[in-house]
Ligand binder design. Sequence first.
Ligand code: B16
Ligand code: MG
Length: 218
Amino acid sequence: MKTKQNYPTFIFDLDGVITKTEAYHFQAWKQTASLFDYELTHENNEQLKGVSRVDSLKKILEWSDSEISTEMFERLLKEKNDRYLKALTELSEKDIIEGVYEFILDARNHQHTIALYSSSKNAEFILSKLKIIDLFDVRVDGNDVTQSKPHPEGFEIAAKLANSPPSKCVVFEDSSAGVIAANQIGMTTVGIGNADDLSMASRICKNFIEIALNDFKA
Ligand code: B16
Ligand code: MG
């Protein structure tokens, strides 16, 4: 990929930054947790944001003090994902979070490289439903990594594919796991959402209405 040396590369998270699929994950996991008589709370859900499907189920088992066989583990992962995908049936471009599409277009017009790093193995499917898959020069998702957020592997891969040093990458994340991961390798982090959960981000914004391309001028 051609380097655009003078401009930071923007790396976007998907769930919670580009579209609000987090509520669907929460509903689907709630049902899984209820099998263990465990009521999944919003605090629990904050800790599941950005975390892979496998690691999410491990956390639920830990919280509910439960142990299950490998077969059951695989079955619950599949059932959760089936519920989640069913909830996404009607997902469309109307579900893109306010301001983010316009920001990406503006950034593309100003020669910024646009990358995605999502922990989701459904990322390509979701981007297609939102009809924005072509906006990304680089896409990394849960299928490309061996270790999920808060490990920085996915951000390292995205930076490499974008031909950009981590210090020249700006990451937009709604999860503390994602912010921790990107901070670890010296990327600039912009937390999108609740300030309490994202206090380690370089900057925190409620949404993209509060963000302008000029904020990232070198
Ligand atoms: P899937 P992100 C993450 O996406 C979600 O925040 C997290 O809740 C989910 O468990 C994870 O993807 C895996 O998703 O089950 O679809 O593979 O926020 O990194 O875009
Ligand atoms: Mg997210």
